[in-house]
Write a protein that binds this ligand. Sequence first.
Ligand code: FAD
Ligand code: PYC
Length: 417
Amino acid sequence: MRKYSVFAIAREAMRGHKGWEQQWTSPEPRKDYEVLIIGAGGHGLATAYYLAKEHGITDIAVLEKGWLGGGNTGRNTTIIRSNYLYDESAGIYNHALNLWDGLSQDLNYNVMYSPRGVMMLAHNVHDVQVLKRHVHANRLNGVPNDWLTPEEAKEFCPPLNISKQARYPIVGAALQRKGGTARHDAVAWGYARAASARGVHIIQNCEVTAIRRSSNGHVIGVDTNRGPIGAKKIGVVAAGHTSVLMEMAGVRMPLESYPLQALVSEPVKPCFPCVVMSNTVHAYISQSDKGELVIGAGTDQYISYSQTGGLHIINHTLDAICEMFPMFARMKMLRSWGGIVDVTPDRSPILAKTPVPGLYVNCGWGTGGFKATPGSGNVFAHTIANDNPHPINAPFTLERFRTGRLIDEAAAAAVAH
Ligand code: FAD
Ligand code: PYC
């Protein structure tokens, strides 16, 4: 694979950009692989990349029913932070944050990670207590998080309305300065390109319709709309459709799938310097490098596999945005869309072996898995390669819903509560 560099850009500029290669190859599926990953979202592609890079396993196919990155990876509002409550979460989300730091260099692909600060607003005494508890817990785990007065919050984010007459008054805020955003498509494309360069097969338009097992229960492969494909190990990384796939192997998952929506405005000049989230009123906002305001809502209140949500949900979010940032009241919204998020009872993910030998699952990221993409792929690759979890994902088992050893992140999961 040719390296992207300033010299490559200059060379291509001189010859009309005719020499660029395909970013990843699209091979026909082989009969058998050592590892199959189901789902070419960020987590599945990152898993394949780290399997190849860190564990020397390159006989891998990533099977995707649609197009690469077309699931939640390409539909999210790209917020990155690690300000969760429990030690286990600090472990995994900080592992991801550390990897975001050098990801563009590692992949030789600009993922546009922008640590511009994520500020979470408190509107009432309960919010203050919850957010301060998070600030203290984060600091104990070495995760810098600052408590701000309303005036300090406004200084950090000038468009914020801190009037005491506001319908949602701001009474304080928690600020993780190292939080921010990255370009979601670039994350999927960067991992796909780097995995493909190491020999991984990325097979799009290939829907898995069955998971096949031998008489002793071990996985032996899958059926797809492009024929059967054999494998020694299978990783299911299918976000909102995880339950459907796991059912094919006879495993019932503790997951509910909900629509979650987002929308973008017409582009405007840079005016919004950070990311702001208000969990109480279900609204979050940042500005993309193109200038669009990127706005997200809460989950719909009903379970569904339809990638669209209720209009009243985004209406409520826009009401809240206009209340908190009155200067946006006359902006026009350009596009809205939905994704299907996979929510666990404790709002923490599952990255684990399963009761089926050779079958592994990475799911339950719900409304908040984009931020975890590099860390999740990294430790899930370890789990598949060693048939044993990495110490960082060891607590995120499937069994915890039987034993009761939950990691309850409902408050930190922000929109998934
Ligand atoms: P996906 O990207 O969904 O990939 C799973 C893939 O599996 C899909 O491409 C799908 O087509 C494929 N698949 C499913 N079934 C099959 C099958 N039978 N055969 C083959 N392939 C199959 N997280 C954050 O951290 N920050 C945010 O700001 C944020 N905002 C969000 C906003 C919205 C509107 C949504 C919907 C989500 C948001 N999230 C956010 C959550 C985040 O997007 C997800 O947790 C994350 O992208 C999940 O990545 P993934 O790779 O596991 O899943
Ligand atoms: O988990 O940070 C998050 C998030 C923001 C918007 C949706 N999820």
